[in-house]
Design a protein around this ligand. Structure first.
Ligand SMILES: NC(=O)C1=CN([C@@H]2O[C@H](COP(=O)(O)OP(=O)(O)OC[C@H]3O[C@@H](n4cnc5c(N)ncnc54)[C@H](O)[C@@H]3O)[C@@H](O)[C@H]2O)[C@@H](O)CC1
Length: 455
């Protein structure tokens, strides 16, 4: 076993770990990379029979290495760190976090040492589960080292499959299925264009296959035949009907509100004057809404009484922020996705679900849930459309108390966004078991994924 040992406490942790292994008879060599080495840990390691080596000996040592322990840098890494290259065939176990990962943001240096496993001490660091850090952390295990009482409140929470029931607060909100179709929610879907008819169909199929009561669709004439063919459950909504219905719900008419409980807007949508007009009507409707893809282009920053979830990927987030006067590039977002998602949540007064290697769901007050279980295969065309339909169903099936505080409402939306991301990720994992993953494979797996997670 070879350990890469840095000059700080992370190096000390690596030496103590290797000392314990050396005592069990494992042949351990510590490559000392810093100008100094944690003195007590080095003494313990030497006493246990470990050997030390210099950086120049590393290539030879790696030829006969079953496991590399990476303890060069932990939370103390500063920008500009340069790390040795490790051949891909050598399994790497990182102490606390892979060397070169920023513990708070997930930013990595170009020479970051990718780990197969990371053993993190005391608490899960945000940088392990978001951005580029998430891609190099491998399997993560958090070890309790008795710090719990002294740790500050977490700045973000990781949501997992078993949390879905809690996130959806099903006991109080979800109606008994099968009684009445409106009780399982009515969703309006405004999506599609002659250029992107499939996006609307994917979102619609996702919505109905997660147990929606009724789907009303607002799609261009050219998309309508494909929609009724692929999603016979959907009921088209003419523009006159739409205007009348939205006027009803603006006056808080109970019947109108019942007819469309939530909206899903954007998959395949084009930026046209007519679409902008419809979008403005939906924005004014005050029914909760998920906005994706083409709809994001048409949104403006600022407060809006409508409860909203926006679901950008990094490029769309950059455009949203630019409209709000915040100039960032793709690299800035990759280096600190939580920070920029929060900026957008504030600028647009909504919940942001930022898609990426991990999904970040965040409210304007900073309440943040991270879903990092997604398979990389989910970055497939149409996968976002499926997520939009699924989130629409979750919104339509949730009853939001009329007198909910702004903060509670935003937290509820964040919980729903994370629940959607978890179901989506689980569907992706199920579909990936069958081989390559297309959006249609994802759709097929959706009912089973929803059932597995208690929907
Ligand atoms: N702080 C705590 O409460 C605990 C810390 N622990 C361990 O301590 C680690 C943090 O220890 P440290 O604060 O000593 O930090 P690190 O051990 O991560 O690294 C700090 C050392 O690396 C050097 N360094 C950092 N960036 C550099 C760069 N770009 N170029 C050259 N040198 C650079 C610093 O000068 C310093 O000597 C954690 O990751 C964890 O492994 C744990 O043992 C548990 C408790």
């Amino acid at each position: 076993m070879v350990g890469l040992i840095g000059s700080g406490n992370n190096g000390g942790d690596g030496l103590y770990a290797m000392a314990a292994l050396a005592k069990r008879g494992v042949r351990c060599t510590a490559v000392l990379l810093g100008e100094r080495t944690h003195p007590e840990a080095l003494e313990d390691f030497n006493r246990a029979g470990g050997r030390s080596a210099y950086a120049m000996q590393l290539p030879g040592l790696l030829e006969d290495c079953d496991l590399l322990i990476d303890a060069v840098y932990g939370t103390g890494v500063r920008p500009g760190a340069v790390l040795p290259e490790i051949p891909q065939n050598i399994p790497v176990l990182a102490c606390d976090l892979p060397s070169g990962v920023d513990a708070d943001t997930g930013a990595v240096v170009p020479t970051v040492i990718a780990a197969d496993r990371t053993v993190s001490f005391g608490a899960l660091k945000t940088g392990l589960v978001v951005g580029s850090g998430h891609l190099v952390s491998g399997h993560i295990k958090v070890i309790d080292i008795g710090l719990r009482e002294t740790l500050p409140a977490p700045e973000a929470w990781v949501a997992q499959g078993e949390d879905v029931e809690l996130l959806l607060n099903r006991t109080s909100d979800w109606h008994v299925p099968g009684q009445h179709k409106y009780q399982r929610g009515v969703l309006g879907l405004f999506a599609g264009s002659p250029r992107y008819p499939g996006a609307a169909v994917l979102a619609a199929r996702a919505a109905v296959s997660t147990g929606l009561g009724l789907l009303r669709t607002v799609v261009p004439d050219s998309v309508a035949p494909a929609m009724s063919g692929a999603v016979p459950e959907s009921v088209p909504l003419s523009s006159q009907e739409l205007t009348a219905l939205l006027a009803h719900s603006r006056r808080n008419d109970r019947e109108g509100a019942k007819r469309i409980g939530a909206w899903a807007v954007g998959p395949g949508l084009e930026d046209t004057p007519d679409n902008r007009e419809t979008l403005a009507q939906i924005l004014a409707s005050e029914s909760p809404c998920v906005y994706d893809a083409g709809a994001l282009v048409m949104l403006e920053p600022g407060a809006n009484p409508q409860p909203r979830i926006l679901t950008p990927h990094a490029g769309e987030l950059r455009s949203l922020l630019a409209k709000a006067g915040v100039r960032v590039d793709a690299a800035d977002i990759a280096d600190d996705p939580v920070r920029w998602a929060r900026w957008a949540a504030v600028a647009y007064d909504c919940v942001i679900l930022l898609k990426g290697s991990a999904t970040i769901c965040t409210a304007p007050d900073g309440y943040t849930l991270i879903v990092h279980s997604s398979t990389p295969d989910l970055a497939t065309a149409g996968s976002g459309d499926v997520l939009t339909g699924l989130l629409g169903t979750l919104l339509a099936a949730t009853s939001f108390p009329a007198k909910e505080s702004e903060t509670n409402l935003m937290h509820r939306l964040t919980d729903i966004a994370a629940a959607g991301a978890l179901i989506h990720a689980h569907a992706g994992a199920l579909a990936a078991l069958e081989g390559t993953l297309s959006a249609v494979d994802l759709l097929r797996a959706l009912p089973r994924a929803a059932r597995d997670l208690g929907l």
